[in-house]
Design a protein around this ligand. Structure first.
Ligand code: QAP
Ligand code: CO
Length: 196
């Protein structure tokens, strides 16, 4: 997350996404939106493309970046805050300096070799991780908040996160393919947590 001024990771609540980097008006005030938790149906619903590149979209982008920072995420997709729109944000650098906003992303090219391995997690499946391999690079075409088209190459963890977030846009989530026994255990764990 790119956070303004002297970023102090012990004092995250003081810091806000840089409007210039994420491409939103500096007059907007960020809000933390409630996260949608798996297995909510919203997360299984495919999203719609963004058509209007207006101030409402900018507020969504700002709130998503803010919510991601507050919850220690490295990636977030609009359905995770209840908006069925093709919008994702990915932290390209793990020093929280470069959140990339991707609107209407499409994959142009993907590494045929699945060699990047990490523990995969999700803000919507708190406390659960699965070791997983994904392609090491991905080239994506997307629009920014003003509707301009860009092409960008992501590698390693950033590529992993881009692919994870893009799956949210088609209603897919990383725990879908687990056995139903395992899924039931995860559901119980999340329910228990949400009661506290
Ligand atoms: C996707 O997910 C990702 O369980 C982004 O208690 C994650 O930012 C791709 C998070 C890892 C590759 C590797 C998860 C925060 C953040 C949790 C996230 C939690 C707190 C997940
Ligand atoms: Co996720």
């Amino acid at each position: 997350m790119n956070l303004t001024k002297e970023a102090n990771f012990l004092d995250l609540e003081k810091y806000f996404p840089d409007p210039e980097i994420i491409g939103v008006s500096p007059t907007l005030i960020p809000a933390c939106r409630p996260l949608i938790y798996w297995p909510d149906k919203i997360l299984a619903t495919p999203c719609n493309p963004v058509i209007e590149f207006d101030i409402v979209l900018q507020q969504l982008v700002l709130d998503m970046a803010f919510t991601m920072a507050r919850t220690n995420g490295i990636g977030i997709a609009a359905p995770q805050v209840g908006e069925l729109l093709d919008v994702i944000i990915v932290e390209e650098q793990l020093d929280f300096s470069n959140p990339v906003v991707l609107i209407n992303p499409t994959v142009i090219e993907v590494d045929p070799i699945y060699k990047f391995s990490t523990m995969e997690g999700c803000l919507s499946v708190p406390g659960h991780y699965e070791k997983r391999k994904r392609p090491n690079y991905v080239i994506v075409e997307y629009q920014n908040t003003t509707g301009q088209t860009n092409i960008k190459n992501f590698t390693g963890l950033a590529a992993f996160v881009v692919q994870h977030e893009m799956e949210h846009l088609v209603g897919k989530i990383f725990v879908d393919d687990l056995s139903s026994l395992k899924k039931d255990r995860i559901k119980k764990k999340i329910k228990k947590k949400s009661k506290v």
